[in-house]
Design a protein around this ligand. Structure first.
Ligand SMILES: *[C@@H]1O[C@H](CO)[C@@H](O)[C@H](O)[C@H]1NC(C)=O
Ligand SMILES: *[C@@H]1O[C@H](CO)[C@@H](O)[C@H](O)[C@H]1NC(C)=O
Ligand SMILES: *[C@@H]1O[C@H](CO)[C@@H](O)[C@H](O)[C@H]1NC(C)=O
Ligand SMILES: *[C@@H]1O[C@H](CO)[C@@H](O)[C@H](O)[C@H]1NC(C)=O
Ligand SMILES: *[C@@H]1O[C@H](CO)[C@@H](O)[C@H](O)[C@H]1NC(C)=O
Length: 466
């Protein structure tokens, strides 16, 4: 029998009310859960700050190198591991009577782009040689594989500690997974990098600008460019440089040693020879992620500029990069994205501003004064100065993943640009304009380059331009 029209109306009305009520219940449940989760994370952060963290490997000097994992013919390699105190980037945190999450381990490796294992484990080892296996919460190839068979991997294993006994941190870690049986039978342990100064772990980062330079390879030999690059960034306020080399000329290595000796640079061997053909650009993805984690975890530096030797970040309205950051960083920016303009190395040499007394006259930032009018869009060949503490996964031209609460800032092209001094033009017909901005560093830059070249190459004072 058909219901009376008002009866049917009532049915619809009840059904709708029930729907609204259950939607509200679900919303209340979700908000309760997320506020519980927030509370748990706040409590965890508080409890974490009250623990005593002691570096378990105080004599280790932080010098990593690539090492084979398990079966050597597979060419699986591991480079570095960092203790990461940020619990907000761990998915499943624990905080009960037994255990609490104290952070995670971040490991960088080179593995096949497609590994058939469904899971990877971290084997952590303590100073008494006891060990423990932890299932990785994240394990995968990072972005920018570019169709290579091998890729730079980022692996994250959460660390939980017992609440009943004093905190014990692992000293070393290895990766174990089924497709490489030997990785489990004879693990390749690498030392875990902890902060140099453990008391700074939860304090503010030091407002230092560090510079991460892509791996030097193919017998890199342009000494003058290297010195000019370092002195240019120093004039802009950078105080530390991280260099990685696959292969470089003897003179380049002498310059790097010099900067290392005066405490300005760390220099790491980047022995990826086994993968020069099958991983993107000498493993650069692993390199800049390693560098940003190193700046954050080991040295507690706030900023890392991830650039190549032919790229200069150029603020246009502030005197230096340091001034720009001091005035414009409000603390929630993951990366300041500087958009790209090209200068061409083939362009004529304008040495007009080189003082007559200088020995090294052909500085690239001073002799090339014409740049492309077009500013490329953000994330296309742009470069980023990151807040190291905000980074989970770094890319070459952008931040791929930031910690909760941080976002990118694209620098307006009237405020700053990336000056990219390329050897070859990509489109040689592009409209060029004269831009003298970099010349404001000229007088100091010429002298500093000459001084460094004199210190390193006593007899001549000339840095070769190759
Ligand atoms: C190592 O890997 C190669 C290639 O997959 C395989 O032929 C060899 O049996 C493996 N060796 C061991 C000891 O598992
Ligand atoms: C990637 O490699 C495959 C197989 O070698 C090839 O067919 C494909 O065209 C490549 N793609 C790109 C974007 O290079
Ligand atoms: C570690 O940092 C603290 C606080 O910044 C400082 O007081 C202490 O001197 C530092 N220790 C070392 C060995 O540098
Ligand atoms: C590297 O370059 C330097 C200087 O250009 C040269 O003397 C040396 O022979 C080169 N080494 C190799 C292995 O090519
Ligand atoms: C600029 O100077 C370099 C070094 O002397 C020289 O090799 C190059 O040909 C010059 N470029 C032009 C366009 O004259």
């Amino acid at each position: 029998m058909l219901a009376a029209p008002e009866n049917r109306f009532q049915h619809v009305y009840f059904a709708l009310s029930a729907l609204v009520a259950s939607a509200m219940l679900v919303l209340v449940y979700i908000s309760m859960r997320s506020s519980l989760n927030e509370r748990l994370r706040e409590d965890l952060a508080k409890a974490q700050r009250q623990m005593i963290f002691e570096r378990p490997n105080p004599h280790w000097d932080y010098s990593n190198s690539w090492r084979r994992i398990g079966n050597s013919t597979l060419r699986h390699e591991i480079y570095s591991a960092y203790f990461d105190a940020r619990t907000d980037i761990v998915g499943n945190v624990r905080m009960d009577d037994e255990q609490m999450t104290i952070g995670s381990l971040r490991i960088f490796a080179i593995l096949p782009e497609r590994l058939r294992d469904s899971s990877i484990n971290c084997i952590v080892r303590f100073s008494d040689f006891s060990s423990q296996e932890i299932k990785a919460e994240e394990a995968g190839a990072m972005h920018d594989v570019h169709n290579n068979t091998f890729a730079a991997w980022s692996i994250m294993c959460p660390l939980h500690a017992s609440r009943r006994s004093p905190l014990r941190l692992p000293q070393a870690v290895a990766l174990a997974y089924a497709s490489n049986r030997l990785s489990h039978l004879s693990p390749t342990f690498i030392q875990i990098s902890y902060p140099r100064n453990m008391t700074n772990m939860f304090g503010r980062s030091r407002p230092t600008i560090s510079v991460c330079v892509g791996p030097l390879h193919e017998n890199y030999s342009n000494v003058l460019r290297l010195v000019e690059f370092v002195e240019m960034y120093r004039l802009q306020g950078a105080t530390h440089f991280y260099f990685y080399y696959v292969e470089a000329s003897e003179e380049v290595l002498r310059v790097l040693e010099h900067y290392q000796r005066i405490g300005l640079a760390d220099v790491f061997e980047w022995n990826v020879q086994a993968h020069m053909q099958d991983v993107h650009y000498a493993g650069i993805v692993a390199q800049f992620n390693d560098c940003v984690y190193r700046a954050n975890v080991v040295d507690n530096f706030r900023y890392a500029a991830v650039v190549d030797l032919d790229e200069v970040v150029m603020p246009l309205k502030h005197n230096t990069l340091a001034d720009y950051l001091r005035q414009c960083d409000e603390g929630r920016t993951a990366g300041f994205v500087f958009r790209n303009v090209f200068f061409h190395r083939r362009d004529s040499n304008d040495t007009f501003n080189a003082p007559s007394h200088v020995l090294n006259r052909l500085l690239y930032t001073q002799s090339k004064v014409r740049r492309t009018l077009e500013v490329l869009p953000a994330y296309i060949r742009s470069k980023v100065v990151v807040n190291a503490r905000a980074i989970v996964e770094m890319g070459n031209h952008q931040v791929y993943r930031a910690a909760p609460g941080y976002a990118d800032h694209v620098v307006h092209p009237t405020v700053g640009l990336l000056f990219h001094y390329r050897d070859k033009c990509i489109n040689c017909k592009m409209v060029l304009i004269v831009d003298y901005t970099a010349r404001r560093f000229g007088s100091l830059l010429f002298d500093r380059v000459d001084n460094t070249c004199l210190e390193v190459f006593l007899n001549r004072g000339i840095c070769d331009l190759v």
